[in-house]
Design a protein around this ligand. Sequence first.
Ligand code: HXC
Length: 257
Amino acid sequence: TEYETIRVERRGRVAWITLDRPEALNALNAQLMHELVDAATSLDADDAIGAIVVTGSEKAFAAGADIKEMASKTTAEMRDANHFGPWLEFARVKKPVIAVVSGYALGGGFELALMCDVILASDSATFGFPEIGLGVIPGIGGTQRILRIVGYPKAAELVLTGRRIDAAEAERQGIVSRVVPAAELLTQTEELAAAIANKSLPALVAAKAALDGALETGLEAGLALEAEQFTALFDTADQKEGMAAFREKREPDFTHR
Ligand code: HXC
């Protein structure tokens, strides 16, 4: 497929999606949203891919939804434009998705990072919800996801003030998985993405489903969901191979089935 606002590349079992609207700091307009969701869902359906990296440029992961596109819209027009449905599809991707953030991750850009499973941040990264200063609020999951990570008071401060935080503060608050020096971001991303993508695909998908289940359910239901995901893996070739490799003191050779 030909995309205009993103670039897609495959390296081994890792797929890289690079947001590519440099003229707008990767602002998430409708075209970019549709292209990103299309790419992510196709890669999700491709057995040759084990993990998806989503990244931007050195200056910006994404500076938010496209303000120029939304500015003059009415409530009815915003409903029709459906900026929400496609993002739900992105968040439903079954494989691990790794956000790699350099520079600005603001508004919808921050929300996009929060839809991913792992967030690697360059020490140059900046996060924030500037929406309140535009007379709006986060609209693609920001309030819901940040609250589940940092708790109510810290979430409320970020959402109500629009204050930007740097990578170190984001790491302290548990918002990002890891902060790395800008110069090491590429190699650390490659290592981490390959370490994930080369694991058994059914196990990766089960692990993500179990983690996602923890966000949706109470403890008892979550434990039942985890036990079911765990048990179902015992009919996979990769479970037999993984455990045989352990007993034979060798590396597993997964077939992702
Ligand atoms: C449209 C944007 C944009 C955005 C930047 N640009 N962010 N265009 N939507 N969100 C454009 C600028 O207009 C400019 O183009 C070019 O990108 C470079 O940006 P500058 O502002 O000149 O760069 P700089 O001075 O370095 O400032 C960087 C910045 C600033 C701090 C990130 O651009 C900024 O504050 N951007 C807006 C951030 C924001 O408020 N995001 C939340 C959006 S609402 P031109 O051609 O004009 O020079 C949102 C809601 C989500 O995300 C819910 C959706 C349903």
